[in-house]
Design a protein around this ligand. Structure first.
Ligand code: 6PG
Length: 465
């Protein structure tokens, strides 16, 4: 049965998605928890093929809709979602589905899905990427829920989604929290990618004395090569933009403190919990954290008065370093997806995840087609970085990454994500590392025992008591 659609929450994303749905000829009921949003939505609503009917609140909207109903929430993650579920629940009937299209924590989605499904009700956690423009013109969507809910929602979601060479950038990735988890990891990769571009910008600006506009031109040139991606494209545009008030480069009037709503941090946290090395994401989250300590940084600069020297690097070296870091960041993100898939029994198709990110989402890039191909061919040890599709590129670009990180460190420019990417690469290509000493230390002070290369575990060193 085709569902009747309702959308709850008419902020920036809700409005954009509502317009997209209605433009695709779907009749839509809308309501908002903020009355002002509803009023401006009705006032601004253009005429679409699909009729848009406004309601005062969620309960009224549900009462006025025919069944079965699919209600899409576009509301802030957290308590607001629990409140909306509590409000909708008394009005729900079997066959109805609630869809959370916000950036919810996947653990919350698992809990909510289990709770509703236990009462025979349906719940879907859907990751939506692409910002306001994506929501309006075609986002990338990662669906978590049961197969029957996906079947019911599929035609509408495919219609409103971004298309990559005609293929809809939406799929059912797994049950319960799988969709929100895949979206969270998308954002973790996004954080690392944004930060490595900021590091490239920093080196060009402070190490090569380039102007923002010149750096923008450089990024625009990268966008014609292997680094081609939405984030490189918009970085070029941001850097080439002048502030209308002062006519200075816009970046020079923006406070250098990055906000974060949680998804990047959750990626790092889940990686730690699941024992996955995602140090590029950790470094990116860490860099946002210290960006927030503006006053502290100013004090540090005053105390140490560091001299940041020039660097001698070519644009090709910088581009290659960024590409190597991007591949490693993605490799870590996909490793986390694979590990979570095992842990939560989601059966994620990593190639499909890469495919639905090829258009509409924030990390869409040239690289994702190769990533999809790499996963179809089962990379060694399941690691993207070890896939033949990536190995040649890494062999070509890691020397530049090494040169860039080396030069940056020597001259005093922080490049945390690139440094993390290189450390991971060097660590993961060393068959025998240095944790033999860690095990020796652990056994020395805590009799934790160690495994021996010639066999057996639980051995102890000949330490004095
Ligand atoms: C997207 C974005 C989007 C948003 C997040 C992350 O895929 O469309 O990731 O979901 O920008 O809120 O933003 P923060 O940087 O605020 O954590």
């Amino acid at each position: 049965t085709l569902a009747n659609f309702g959308l709850y929450g008419l902020g920036t994303m809700g409005t954009a998605l509502a317009h997209n749905i209605a433009e695709n000829g779907v009749d839509l009921h809308v309501a908002s928890y903020r009355k002002a949003d509803m009023d401006s939505f009705v006032a601004d609503a253009p005429t679409f093929d699909g009729a848009v009917t406004g309601h005062d609140n969620l309960a009224d909207m549900m009462r006025d809709m025919l069944t079965p109903r699919a209600i899409i929430f576009l509301i802030p993650a957290g308590q607001a979602v629990d409140d909306a579920i509590a409000e909708a629940r008394p009005h729900m009937q079997p066959g109805d589905v609630l869809i959370d299209a916000g950036n919810s924590n996947f653990q919350d989605t698992r809990r909510r899905a289990a709770d509703l499904e236990a009462s025979g009700l349906a719940y879907m956690g859907m990751g939506v990427s692409g910002g306001e423009f994506g929501a309006r013109t075609g986002p990338s969507m990662m669906v978590g829920g049961t197969a029957s809910v996906w079947d019911a929602m599929r035609p509408m979601l495919e219609a409103i989604s971004a298309k990559f060479e005609g293929a809809p950038c939406v799929d059912h990735v797994g049950p319960d929290g799988a969709g929100h988890f895949v979206k969270t990891v998308h954002n973790g990769i996004e954080y690392a990618d944004m930060q490595l571009l900021a590091e490239s910008y920093g080196l060009m600006r402070h190490g090569l004395a380039m102007t923002p506009a010149e750096i923008g031109t450089q990024f625009a040139a990268w966008n014609d090569g292997a680094m081609r991606s939405y984030l490189v494209e918009i970085s070029a545009e941001v850097l080439q933009t002048a502030d209308p008030q002062t006519n200075k480069p816009l970046v020079d009037v923006i406070v250098d403190t990055a906000g974060q709503k949680g998804t990047g941090r959750w990626t790092a946290i889940e990686a730690q919990k699941l024992g996955v090395a995602a140090n590029t994401v950790e470094a990116a989250v860490g860099a946002r954290v210290w960006s927030a300590g503006r006053e502290t940084r100013a004090i540090g600069e005053e105390i140490f008065a560091p001299v940041r020297g020039p660097v001698e690097l070519t644009s090709t070296q910088l581009e290659q370093a960024a590409l190597a870091s991007r591949i490693i960041g993605h490799s870590q993100g996909f490793d986390l997806l694979a590990t979570a898939s095992e842990e939560f029994e989601w059966d994620l198709d990593l190639a499909r995840c890469a495919e639905i990110w090829r258009a509409g989402c924030i990390i869409r890039s040239e690289l994702l087609s190769d990533i999809a191909a790499a996963f179809r061919n089962h990379p060694p040890a399941g690691l993207l970085a070890f896939a033949p599709e990536m190995v040649t590129t890494l062999q070509d670009t890691v020397p530049a990454l090494r040169a860039v990180v080396g030069a940056a460190i020597a001259a005093g420019h922080p490049v945390p994500v690139m440094t993390a990417a290189l450390a991971w690469f060097d660590g993961m290509t060393q068959a025998r590392g240095t944790a033999d000493l860690i095990q020796g230390q652990r056994d020395f002070f805590g009799r934790h025992g160690f495994a021996r290369l010639d066999g057996g575990s639980g051995h102890h060193g000949p330490w004095a008591d």
